[in-house]
Design a protein around this ligand. Structure first.
Ligand code: NDP
Length: 434
């Protein structure tokens, strides 16, 4: 705590992992002897930089940019960029730390990192977004590379922003280095299913948890928080699997639509017009209504998919969900459930899929994008989706098997933390004191 003062979210993420891996350290004294824990908690490198840019009226703004290169034992640093006013070092470090174990769980050759800026894209014009991205990359470019560090999107960074970032990287370096960033558009080196991957992957993971309990999404009432990239494609796949998504949200409130969310309308409002969810309710009419300023978790459901941001499910929200009949939770977002909430779900016997397992489909598909870039190849949608589904099944199976091995059957949190940790720790041991 004294080494990283004020970094609340980072402390929370570290505590959660350390609470799980006690039994592993008991079995493997070599980890403690070579100070793996101390090393893994210390980023290999952290970069903080100034991002000056000019708005459409000619006013100058200064934002702060971050890239935390946390662990490269398994491969180049890999993790998204977040543009949101709440971003500070503690958020980037928590996300980077989680990313180490998530990337390890995918079984693919990627290390962990994360970055972003306290820039607020809300209300900014397309040209302002472009200028900001160009300024951000004008510093970031010297730290990244196909074999070094490969960023991607996250909150506030989608296909449009990745395009501007890649364009500036290409211009400064004079290299068409497709593998330097993932989440690219299909016309310039992007991969099929990357846009859908985190949401689809999370739905696949929960489908596996439900199957393990002898049930399925079919006819289940589902609530998804957020209405960004992860939320939209979580809704799409759940609908394909037979679930009925009755609510989603953004930071202004939530929409409840008992007939089931009209996904085409939601995509039009959020992805095309970039408007708020209240517009969805107004256009949808019927029984759909917008509830401003309240938590979407007050809507009763059988499956909950938190897909917006960290710490969005409190202990009270979790109690409300359990009372409302919730039997499964899949974290599309990173660390959306507060520690009290996780306890409530686990004590109530709810199947709880933590983000580092349930939302790993996004980064796994990014690694597949890197693979296609390296081989100048491009795979079909069907093939890529099949690979994603296999990866999610494998992660689910390994979480369950590891939880069993350590005497905590059904505990996906322990399974994910232990399995993710072991692979990184073994690589760090093999690579010597780095
Ligand atoms: P987007 O920017 O596309 O969407 C974020 C959504 O969450 C928006 O609806 C936004 O509402 C809402 N939201 C964000 N911050 C807050 C907040 N402080 N309070 C309430 N609502 C909020 O981001 P993504 O969908 O890409 O990311 C969502 C989550 O998934 C994040 O936790 C991210 O780290 C995680 N994730 C994303 C991956 C990806 O591939 N994109 C991969 C793995 C995890 P509003 O527009 O009002 O701000």
């Amino acid at each position: 705590l004294h080494r990283n003062p004020g970094e609340t979210e980072f402390h929370q993420a570290v505590r959660e992992v350390l609470e799980s891996i006690g039994p592993v350290l008991g079995k493997h004294p070599e980890y403690a002897e070579s100070k793996i824990i101390e090393r893994i908690c210390e980023p290999e490198r952290q970069i903080i930089f100034r991002v000056p840019w000019e708005d459409d009226r000619g006013e100058v703004h200064i934002n702060r940019g971050f890239r935390v290169e946390f662990n490269s034992a398994l491969g180049p640093y890999k993790g998204g960029l977040r543009f949101h006013p709440s971003v500070y070092l503690g958020i980037v470090k928590f996300l980077g730390f989680e990313q180490i174990f998530k990337n390890s769980l995918t079984g693919l050759p990627i290390g962990g990192g994360k970055g972003g800026s306290d820039f607020d894209p809300k209300g900014r014009s397309q040209r302002e977004i472009m200028r900001f991205c160009q300024s951000f990359m004008t510093e970031l470019y010297r730290h990244i590379g196909e074999y070094t560090d490969v960023p991607a999107g996250d909150i506030g960074v989608g296909g449009r922003e990745v395009g501007y970032l890649f364009g500036q990287y290409k211009r400064i370096t004079n290299r068409y280095e497709s593998g330097v960033i993932t989440g690219k558009g299909l016309s310039y080196g992007g991969a099929q299913v990357r846009t859908e991957a985190t949401g689809y992957g999370c739905a696949f993971f929960v489908d596996e948890m439900l199957k393990a309990r002898g049930t399925s999404f079919d006819g289940k009432r589902v609530v998804v928080s957020g209405s960004g990239n992860v939320a939209v494609y979580t809704i799409e796949k759940i609908q394909q699997l037979g679930g009925v998504v009755v609510a989603c949200s953004d930071s202004s409130g939530y929409v409840v639509d008992d007939a089931g969310i009209d996904l085409d309308l939601l995509k039009q409002v959020k992805e095309v017009e970039r408007l708020r969810v209240d517009v969805y309710a107004k256009r949808r009419g019927g029984d759909a209504s917008f509830v401003p300023g309240r938590s979407v978790w007050e809507v009763p459901c059988e499956v909950a998919m938190p897909s917006a941001t960290q710490n969005e499910v409190t202990g009270r929200d979790a109690e409300m969900l359990v009372r409302g009949g919730c039997i499964a939770v899949g974290e599309g977002a990173n660390m959306p459930t507060m520690p009290e909430g996780i306890r409530v779900f686990q004590e109530a016997g709810v199947a709880f899929g933590p983000g580092k397992a349930a939302n790993a489909g996004g980064v796994a598909t990014s690694a597949l994008e890197m693979q296609q870039n390296a081989s100048r190849d491009s795979w079909s949608f069907e093939f890529s989706e099949r690979r994603l589904q296999e990866i999610m099944r494998d992660i689910h199976a390994r979480c369950l098997a590891t939880a069993d091995e350590y005497g905590m059957p059904g505990n996906y949190v322990a399974g994910a933390n232990i399995d993710g940790f072991r692979r990184v720790a073994d690589a760090m041991l093999a690579l010597g004191l780095i």
